[in-house]
Design a binder for this molecule. Structure first.
Ligand code: GLP
Length: 244
């Protein structure tokens, strides 16, 4: 879907998340959400906070799994995705702390593989992700699945692309301060979600959106794999859709 602007689009996505949470609540079930960071979903989270404050939307039955975290990364660091998620969402809603999952950027290297298997298993035990929301990086990455990622990849330690690190350099005060690695859910992990929404705004995303939506499916642009999924929706503003 293409919307006039990102404010309208963000409200629509937030409404869909709220509806999912409410339906699950009515059935006494848990809503399992896959969440993303970056500038793109910020307004979605702001709208969810508003729905919580003004319309009583409760997150008591919600379990979340974040896509990724830089490695190494202390959770208390200003640039961590833990800080991002608490500041933009978790600090302002009634989610239970034990229901929040964000990849751990503090692990010893030799413990990462096992940790990642545990992350996958935890999602599986809950019956899988009901809804995964995604942004897109200018390399075509989803989560931190950079070009070359396999379509069946699971949660793992990855090396960040140079362009990704350049795009993140403002947050870190220089590219040299951006971690070279990250822990990310895989393309395979994302694909197992019952519903996927990829959001993109602004003209700077227009060319990668064209590749992701119309380009040939290939690991060169990991987001093209979403073309193979029937339950993925691209939610765009007019600018991001301007090259389609
Ligand atoms: C980061 C995140 C991605 C995100 C991308 C785009 O690399 N790991 O999940 O989609 O940035 O960021 P933005 O939304 O700020 O454009």
């Amino acid at each position: 879907s293409v919307y006039q602007d990102q404010h309208i689009a963000s409200k629509k996505v937030a409404q869909r998340i709220a509806n999912l949470i409410k339906i699950k609540q009515e059935n006494g079930e848990t809503a399992v959400l896959g969440l993303a960071t970056g500038a793109t979903p910020v307004e979605v989270y702001a709208e969810l906070v508003r729905l919580h404050r003004e319309e009583g939307l409760s997150f008591k039955n919600v379990v979340t799994f974040n896509l990724d975290e830089y490695y190494p990364m202390a959770p208390t660091s200003k640039q961590s995705y833990v800080t991002f998620m608490y500041e933009n969402l978790f600090d302002h809603i009634d989610i239970k702390k034990e229901n929040i999952h964000i990849p751990d950027g503090t692990l010893d290297k030799e413990d990462i593989a096992e940790y990642c298997i545990g992350y996958e298993n935890r999602i599986g035990e809950l019956g899988g992700l009901d809804l995964q929301i995604l942004g897109i990086g200018r390399t075509g990455h989803i989560g931190f699945n950079e070009p070359g990622s396999a379509p069946n990849s699971g949660t793992r330690l990855v090396t960040l692309d140079d362009l990704t690190r350049r795009d993140a350099s403002r947050d870190f005060g220089g590219k040299e301060n951006v971690p070279t690695k990250a822990i990310t859910m895989g393309i395979g992990t994302i694909f197992k979600a019952k519903e996927i929404i990829l959001m993109a705004w602004n003209t700077k995303k227009a060319s990668i959106i064209k590749k992701a939506v119309e380009g040939e499916t290939s690991g060169e642009v990991p987001a093209t794999y979403l073309q193979l999924s029937e339950n993925t929706e691209f939610v765009l503003d007019k600018d991001a859709a301007s090259e389609l």
